[in-house]
Ligand binder design. Structure first.
Ligand code: TLP
Length: 354
């Protein structure tokens, strides 16, 4: 576990590389990737494209850079992008969609992370001198702020059809796409075939230290490569990143099932605690959202009480805490975290209600 003193459930971004990854990094064949001469990067990109059923792929530094590169490569400045109102691109990417890509985000609300196709029809307004041109629809799978909920192949197909009706492209922030595929028990290609292009992260549940991959057509990736360069993301001996990515794609996908089972156990136990609510319908992958409004105290107080007991969680909004299971979190950690939440709630309930 990253910070050994704590059971760190803040995010699956805190995972550390496995010994096998470190060995692969040590022995990676390297070259200058801006010249396309790093054999390890080339291998990872070929593997990623094949796995996702697309023509080409591009290694980038982070999920945020992947989304930005993709936004710029799919659009022209001044256009409109339809996305889910709780999406990572809208909430957590420092507004790069507007400040750097020059786009107008058009947020659409949903209950579990994916909007209905009719909402795309409604968001696309008639051609009019007053309106920006719509260009792109984005989906997120699994959906972070909705608690790791998944978008099914059927939902993606319906959204793709709606996007096509309006000549819009469909992009997927698939930071955790393998979590979605494992939860839905489908090959990941079932989730990629209805999108024009997508990105996925190596550095979350798959355990790599750095890196995300953008995937799409040859033409799209060629453009993305140039956009990555202008954003300062052209890397040189990036094989040291790609080497871990290859291990991740070969070895780390199936174990995500353990994270999902651990999240389910956490969620079911915590749902029974007085003052905390968990919407179990949202617990589909490796996240658990805790609604702590029933404890009637400040979230920071709950957070600090949990920390005192050795458990780190993150804050997702007023009275919403998030726990994420990942590589390094074993069943014993899950049971210890349940105890810590139970004790914390007991202490708070005693003070508030006596
Ligand atoms: N998410 C992080 C934080 O930024 C909130 C987390 O802890 O969950 N898309 C999705 C769906 C993500 O969840 C994230 C990271 C990103 C993109 C950005 O990836 P990075 O952190 O590599 O830039």
């Amino acid at each position: 576990m990253p910070i050994h003193k704590y059971i760190d459930l803040r995010s699956d971004t805190v995972t550390l590389p496995t010994d096998e990854m470190l060995e692969a990094i040590r022995h990676a064949k390297l070259g200058d990737d801006v010249y396309r001469e790093d054999p390890t990067v080339n291998k990872l990109e070929e593997m990623a494209a094949a796995k996702m059923g697309k023509e080409a792929a591009l290694l980038v530094t982070s999920g945020t850079q992947a989304n930005l590169v993709s936004l710029v490569s799919n659009t022209q400045r001044g256009q409109l992008v339809i996305l889910e109102s709780e999406s990572h691109m809208y909430w957590y990417e420092v507004g790069g969609i507007s400040t750097i890509a020059g786009l107008l985000p058009w947020p659409v609300k949903s209950q579990y992370g994916v909007f209905e196709p009719e909402q795309i029809d409604a968001a696309v307004r008639p051609k009019d001198i007053h309106f920006p041109e719509p260009a792109l629809v984005c989906v997120e799978n699994s959906h972070n702020r909705h608690g790791g909920t998944v978008v099914t192949p059927a939902q993606l197909q319906a959204i793709h059809e709606a996007a096509n009706r309006h000549y819009l492209k469909l992009y997927m922030d698939g930071a955790r796409i393998f979590n979605a595929a494992i939860a839905l028990k489908v090959d990941v290609k079932e989730l990629t075939r209805h999108v024009d292009n997508l990105m996925f992260c190596l550095s979350k549940g798959l355990g790599c230290p750095v890196g995300s991959v953008v995937v799409g057509s040859n033409e799209f990736i060629e453009k993305a490569r140039k956009v990555r360069k202008v954003l300062g993301g052209g890397m040189r001996q990036a094989g040291i990143i790609a080497a871990a990515g290859i291990v991740a794609l070969e070895k780390m996908v199936s174990r995500l099932q353990d994270d999902h089972e651990n999240a389910k156990r956490l969620a079911e136990a915590i749902a029974k605690i007085k003052g905390i609510q968990v919407d179990l319908k949202r617990v589909q992958t490796n996240m658990v959202l805790l609604n702590t409004s029933g404890l009637k105290v400040d979230d920071k107080f709950v957070l600090s009480k949990l920390k005192e007991k050795g458990v780190l969680v993150s804050m997702m909004g007023k009275h919403t805490l998030r726990m994420v299971t990942h590589l390094g979190i074993e069943r014993a950690h899950v049971e210890a975290a349940i105890n810590a939440v139970t004790l914390t709630a007991d202490e708070i309930n005693e003070c508030v209600f006596t």
